[in-house]
Design a protein. Structure first.
Length: 416
């Protein structure tokens, strides 16, 4: 506890609360930390519970430096307050001591017995379910796998999120009286029409885990994989003694690189077309990958995957960063004549993901040009009382942003 007290005491309890503004969920960070300072851990949990139900999870895996901690006043001249560690501590204490979430809302809405179907149990689905249940709604989660968690279970490696912690957090949410239908996949074993007929509202939060393609030569060769699919399905080839290229600079690229590196690869090289300081991955994840032996090549772009029927080499080109008119971010431009080849056995594309076309087409919902479900400002789709959020609606791809959409959908359903 001495360490936690020390971390909490470092907070200045700013009245303007810049850290709260940096949190996608709007957690009242100074207030919960104030309660931690006073060793009133249950009250700290109740403060957080007003805006989140994923304390143990977000405290561990959120990109804190690009969100709350990046706004911390302490970070201007020194290091910021360890907000993530303190949040995880409070979440763990709540599980350990069985603290209850603030149930004032339930008392105020005893007669609110709306029936709501939640399709998908990632951060958006879990958060939406919890806030609905806390406000008296009857909630059923439909999950295509035999366990809940979505990307938290199938996309985050164990070394970043211990699955026993995830299980405990999910169980705490289910204790609110939420029903679950396992092995129920939208467009396969259940239809949107059935859900619409049986529920007052439907929230679709099934994620978007089909990897984007670059459209380069050789991308369809054996040995080219999508990072999202590898992490979700955990269906890895034998990397022992092999050379692997990871294409991309986000957290999926870092997770893929670190997982594969731990599985006996000879070399793992992250290839990113911009500079290191422009990588969207959390700085800590980049540093952890480097420390574990992952190689990095910056301002480098892959242009071809070479081989007969399977990957044998890749062709890359160096890039230079230029300021294009109308754009704030520097853009990478290939340097003519700088092409070179590298021996490679596997290539993992971690450049983003999109919804599964087969599922989307079965829903009859309006989509945008990238295949994401179109929603209005209330996350309502082209069909009344059918909502969508998280990655399937093109939300910013972090756990906290997905959770925020789930909470806001719940608030709208409750109010209407």
């Amino acid at each position: 506890m001495d360490k936690i007290n020390e971390l909490a005491s470092y907070c200045l309890n700013c009245k303007v609360k810049p850290c709260q503004k940096g949190c996608p969920l709007g957690n009242d960070i100074p207030e919960f930390i104030k309660n931690v300072k006073e060793e009133n851990y249950e009250q700290a949990y109740k403060v957080l519970s007003k805006t989140t139900v994923l304390e143990s999870i977000c405290g561990r895996i959120c990109p804190h430096m690009s969100q709350c901690m990046g706004k911390c006043v302490r970070g201007i001249k020194s290091h910021p307050v360890s907000i993530g560690e303190l949040e995880a501590f409070v979440g763990d204490m709540a599980i350990k001591n069985n603290y209850s979430m603030d149930e004032e809302d339930v008392q105020a809405t005893k007669n609110n017995r709306k029936k709501v179907a939640i399709v998908g149990s990632g951060p958006a689905g879990l958060t939406c379910s919890a806030f609905l249940a806390r406000n008296g709604c009857s909630v059923t989660i439909y999950e295509k796998y035999s366990e809940l968690g979505g990307i938290l279970r199938h996309g985050i490696p164990d070394f970043r999120l211990d699955k026993s912690i995830l299980d405990s957090a999910i169980n705490k949410i289910l204790e609110l009286g939420i029903n679950v239908e396992y092995n129920a996949e939208l467009g396969v074993s259940i239809t949107l029409e059935e859900l619409k007929n049986n529920y007052d509202a439907v929230f679709i939060a099934i994620g978007a885990n089909i990897p984007w393609k670059m459209g380069i030569e050789g991308e369809d060769l054996h040995g080219v994989f999508g990072g999202n699919a590898l992490l979700e399905n955990n269906n890895h080839p034998d990397y022992e003694g092999k050379n692997i290229a990871i294409i991309g600079g986000g957290n999926v690229a870092m997770d893929s690189a670190r997982v594969i590196n731990r599985m006996g690869a000879r070399t793992v090289t992250v290839i990113y077309r911009r500079a290191e300081e422009q990588m969207p991955a959390e700085k800590k994840e980049i540093e952890d990958a480097k420390r574990e032996g992952v190689n990095f090549m910056f301002q480098t772009n892959i242009v071809k995957v070479l081989g007969n029927d399977r990957v044998n080499k890749i062709e890359c080109v160096k890039t230079q960063l230029v300021q294009k008119e109308g754009e704030t971010r520097l853009s990478p431009v290939n340097v003519e004549g700088s092409n070179f080849e590298m021996d490679m056995d596997f290539v993992v594309m971690a450049i983003g993901s999109m919804p599964e076309e087969r599922i989307i087409n079965s829903l009859g919902l309006e989509c945008d040009r990238k295949g994401y479900i179109k929603v209005n400002e209330n996350y309502e789709t082209s069909i009344k009382n059918v909502f969508a959020g998280g990655d399937i609606a093109g939300t910013k791809a972090t756990v906290a942003w997905a959770a925020r959409t789930g909470r806001e959908v719940a608030e709208y359903i409750i109010a209407n």
